[in-house]
Design a protein around this ligand. Sequence first.
Ligand code: EPU
Length: 352
Amino acid sequence: MNSGFNLRNDVPVGNTMRVNACADQFLQIDHIERALANPRLREEWLADPQTLVVGGGSNILFVTDRIDKAVAIKAADHGFVDEGETVLVFAEAGLGLDDWVRLTAEQGLYGLERLAEIPGTVGAAPIQNVGAYGMQLSDVLDSVELWDRQKQAPLRWSAEQCQLSYRNSRFKSEPNRWLVLRVWVRLHKRPPADWPNFAYPGLVDEAEAYSKSEKKPISSLVASDMAEIVTRVRRKKLPDWRQWLPGSLGSFFHNPIVSKQHANKLKANWPDVPLYALDDPDSVKLSAGWLIEQAGWRGRLFGAAGVYDRHALVLINRGGADGKQLLQLAEAIEADVWKHFAVRLKTEPMIV
Ligand code: EPU
C-alpha cells in the first residue's frame, strides 16, 4: 500500500497572484488517513509550527522567495449522506471549491450555488468563511474534520465551534494549529422559500439576461442556473483566476466595520457612501472598494503592480511584480484611505 503522500524538494508554491516562492521541501498529501498514520509526517512536518499549509494559493501573498517547508492536501474525494429533505455532503480539503459548488448544484442540491467561481480549495473555505452574493459558507456549514497539529490528533468541530463570522473564524485566531481535512455542509433538495433571491445588486440584471438567452423563465431557475449567473457577474468584475495574468487574490482588503457614529459622519460628508447594516445596531459595514475608488486609486498602475480598473478592491500583478511591491501598494492605499476617511483597512490575504 502506498504511503498516501509524497515529498519533493525545491517546489514552486502556486498562487493566483503569480508571485514566485519556492519551498525547500514540499509535502503533498494524496490520501489523508494513510498519510496521517505516518509518525514522521505527524511529528516532523505537521507538529512544526513553521510548516506552511497551502491550498489553492488564492489568498496568499509571498513577500519572501523561499519557504522552508510547505504542505498541501491534494486528496479530493467527496460524498454524501442522504437525510431525507436535506443531504449532508462532504469534500476533502484538496477539492477545488468551485468544482464542489458545481458538482452539488448539478446534482440539484441548493446551498452552495452562490459560491461559484471562487478560486481556492475546500480546505481553505472555512478559514476565512468564504462568502459572495448574499451567502457565506457559515450559512450551510455542518462541521469540519481537522487535524490538531499540536496534540497530533484528529477531531471534528461543529459549525458553532468553528466560530465563523464575516471573513473570520477560530482557525484565523489560532494560526498554525489546525489542518482542515474535510468539510461537511448541509444542502437542500428543494429551493429555499425565498428562491430565487436576487437581494444582491447586479444579480437580478444578470438573471434577466440569462433567462432570456437560455429561454428559461426566472421562476424555473435551479441551483446550477444560479451558479452560472453568479459566474457571469464575477467575470465582469474580477480577473479570471484561470488565466495566468493579471494575477490577483480577489479582494485584497476586508470591508471595514465602523461605529454607527463614524458612519453618520461619513454620510454627512459623502452622501453616496454605501452603508450596510449589521446585526449589531451600533456597527455598520462599509465598502472598501468604494473608499479606495473615491481616494482615486481605481485603475492606477505602478509598473507591473496596480489596482484593477474594474474593481478597486483588487490588486493586480500584470507580470513580474514582486510581493514587496504589492505590499507597498497596499500600504499606500491603506494610508490614503485613513487620511481621507479615518477608516482603517485590513488586508484579507495571508502575507508570508
Ligand atoms: N464599489 C465601488 N468601486 C469599486 C468597487 C466597489 O464604488 O471599484 C462599491 C459599489 O458601491 C458596490 C459596492 O462597492 O456596489 C460593493 O461592491 P461589490 O458588490 O463588488 O462587493 P464588495 O463588497 O467589494 C464583496 C466580497 C467579494 C464578493 C462580493 C460579492 C469582501 C472583502 N469582498 O466585495 O469577495 O465577491 O462582495 O458578494 O467582502 C473576495 O473575498 O476575494 C471577493 C471577491
